[in-house]
Design a protein around this ligand. Structure first.
Ligand SMILES: Nc1nc2c(ncn2[C@@H]2O[C@H](COP(=O)(O)OP(=O)(O)OP(=O)(O)O)[C@@H](O)[C@H]2O)c(=O)[nH]1
Ligand SMILES: [Mg+2]
Length: 235
């Protein structure tokens, strides 16, 4: 959808999502001009299936969710994207919500529209209690430390590319989204949160919240990122 000369690009960071990537890509193709699937060294058929479904596959062999997002942003910049949309590759985001986020960005002219996963709209079993707690805790901490008012660490987010690039994001792993929220707050970007559905992953294996190793590493990185920025703001 190349509306009004605005170039929209979706960025989907993936690691071994062969079961879900085709549906994810097909859901996004009608919404944007280009779907970038950033393949983080998958050992399954994710890359081939994504390409077949209509995505441009960007290879980023250095592991890390943030590294994949940053590689997607660099590619989007080369394409001259005006708007970027981040979505997960496991089918947990509803394309109808992605469309609403993009429409809200257009309608309001703000820099960032976040999809907040609300309990009322969440599919049964789509988030573990630990994940729910973490997604509440991190925004609560940055509210106390920095006065930033967010209600989730959203995988689904629509951003103006220029404003996003100007934030100078650097986190290469699971601190990426919280760093984005913190820096957007400090840069006084205009942010809108919209309630979105959260579905169960549509297949494949969880890498983050469904495993002890993934959740522990993500939680440690998120807390460390919050603490670092909170300490910097007091200097
Ligand atoms: N590029 C990259 N992507 C990753 C990595 N780990 C996870 N992902 C992707 O990030 C997204 C979120 O990971 P998930 O495993 O779904 O994490 P989650 O949503 O907490 O857990 P689920 O409950 O299983 O959905 C998916 O698209 C993954 O493929 C990684 O190390 N590198
Ligand atoms: Mg997921």
């Amino acid at each position: 959808m190349a509306g009004a000369g605005i170039l929209r690009v979706a960025i989907v960071p993936v690691l071994d999502e062969e079961a879900t990537i085709a549906t994810t890509v097909r859901g996004l193709v009608p919404l944007v001009d280009r779907v970038l699937v950033v393949d983080n060294g998958s050992t399954d058929r994710t890359a081939a299936i994504a390409a077949q479904a209509g995505a441009t596959v960007v290879a980023e062999p250095r592991r890390g969710y943030g590294r994949a997002c940053l590689a997607g942003m660099a590619h989007a910049a080369k394409l001259g994207a005006d708007v970027v949309l981040f979505a997960d590759g496991d089918g947990s985001d509803d394309p109808a919500d992605a469309a609403r986020l993009l429409a809200e960005l257009d309608r309001t002219g703000v820099e960032l529209v976040l999809g907040v996963r609300t309990r009322a709209l969440a599919e049964e079993g789509s988030m573990t209690p630990v994940q729910r707690f973490g997604n509440w805790l991190a925004p609560a901490l940055i509210r106390v430390a920095l006065g930033a008012r967010y209600h989730d660490m959203p995988p689904l987010k629509a951003c103006r590319r220029g404003a996003l690039d100007a934030l100078g994001l650097t986190d290469t792993t699971y601190g990426f989204t919280i760093e984005l929220l913190i820096k957007a707050h400090r840069a006084r970007l205009r942010v809108i949160e919209l309630p979105v559905r959260c579905r169960r992953r549509q297949g494949g294996q969880s890498k983050v919240s469904g495993t002890l190793r993934g959740s522990t590493r993500a939680a440690a990185k998120i807390l460390w990122t919050v603490a670092t920025h909170a300490a910097a703001s007091r200097r």
